[in-house]
Ligand binder design. Structure first.
Ligand code: DP6
Length: 356
């Protein structure tokens, strides 16, 4: 005990990071202990859907860990404060200084209020970046570069699996696969640019809010239902096949092949939910109406726009920048009538986290 305390400096300061949400094209669904994905997943980060964290810290060997204030968009928030506290207590094992740190955390989310879109990937990646920055500062390590980001991704994963993919721009892979060297279940990696055709590096994501209410079954519970799922082994095989097809589509710039995998993954994910024990359904009737509209739009116009869903009823419509002027009127005229309060977010591929 004495030895550890001797290494804890008496210091204070402030760190701030902004970090994005991400959308998975090949989905992470099911876990192995501890927080290792059952299958590799692939995603890209968003531009507008971000969480900003400002963190004031006071480190003193005589302090116990405490969050003195936690706010979200200017208001105190009990549920988020509790989640953050549980997470940071878990990180105490990796960062001895945290046991002696008192924090004031002010967070801001750009997600529209109650849009029903999970901001946890953005929030946990921003928190992980703040803690890793304090660690780098007090231990005189580099606060940027590959090793720093790898550690931040690893730490973000312990808060929420998908959060480890929010650390990088471009296409991001998490989970070990023989298809990609350096791939790991511990942290995500950015796929090198030479593996991706330029045509697939400028993607838009229209997030269509069909239902903003809280989900009946959380993602974490859904992952747990995969432990004894009748199709667990089949899902591992299928996600591997889909990842292989996705990597080929990315390399070739084949948007049709890309979109086919995207939609198969989304519907497959919801199929797994319907086949869980107990079975459950997270789609809203308007989710299905929009899926149908998107399919018909593609058939009629040959414009490549494909839909995906996370573990909820809202749709992400993914399409290349080159067809934006065709897709926007389609969204406004044909899809927003099925959105709650006509709500949708005109988002796109982003550049990754920003130190503020
Ligand atoms: C359907 O990362 O939210 O969005 O690790 O339990 O926090 P926890 O789960 P979470 O699961 C995300 C599942 C998904 C697919 C994906 O993002 O890959």
């Amino acid at each position: 005990m004495r030895k550890v305390q001797a290494m804890i400096p008496k210091t204070k300061g402030r760190v701030a990071w902004e970090s994005p949400a991400n959308i998975a094209l090949v989905k992470y669904w099911g876990k192995q202990p501890v927080q290792i994905p059952m299958n590799p997943s692939l995603s890209f980060v968003l531009k507008k859907s971000v969480v900003e964290i400002n963190m004031d810290y006071v480190i003193d060997p005589d302090n116990d860990f405490k969050i003195n204030r936690f706010t979200l968009n200017g208001k105190s928030s009990e549920p988020f404060s509790e989640k953050t506290e549980q997470y940071l207590v878990r990180l105490n094992n990796f960062f001895p200084f945290l046991k002696h740190t008192q924090l004031v955390i002010d967070s801001r989310s750009t997600f529209p209020h109650s849009a029903g879109i999970a901001s946890s990937a953005a929030a946990f990646s921003a928190l992980a970046l703040c803690i890793c920055t304090i660690d780098a500062r007090i231990n005189e390590k580099k606060g940027d570069g590959d090793e720093f980001m790898k550690k931040a991704s690893h730490m973000a994963r312990l808060g929420s699996g998908s959060a480890c993919r929010s650390l990088y721009d471009g296409m991001v892979l998490w989970g070990e696969t023989p298809l990609v060297s350096r791939s790991s279940g511990d942290h995500a990696i950015r796929l090198s640019d030479d593996l991706i055709n330029n045509a697939l590096m400028r993607l838009n994501d229209a997030i269509l809010i069909t239902d903003s209410s809280t989900k009946r079954v959380s993602s974490t519970h859904g992952h747990a239902l995969m432990d004894h799922h009748p199709y667990r082994e089949q899902r591992k095989i299928q996600s591997g096949i889909n990842l292989e097809k996705m990597l080929a589509a990315l390399a070739e710039g084949d948007f049709t092949a890309f979109g086919e995998v995207v939609e198969s993954e989304a519907l497959g994910l919801h199929g797994l939910m319907m086949l869980s024990t107990p079975p459950y359904l997270l789609m809203h009737p308007n989710t299905i109406r929009i899926l149908e509209k998107v399919r018909m739009f593609r058939e009629e116009t040959a414009i490549p726009a494909y839909a995906t869903l996370d573990a909820g009823p809202n749709i992400h419509l993914i399409y290349p920048e080159t067809v934006k002027s065709n897709v926007l009127p389609f969204i406004e005229q044909e899809l927003t009538p099925y959105c709650e309060g006509k709500q949708w977010i005109d988002d796109r591929m982003g550049d990754g986290p920003n130190r503020l």
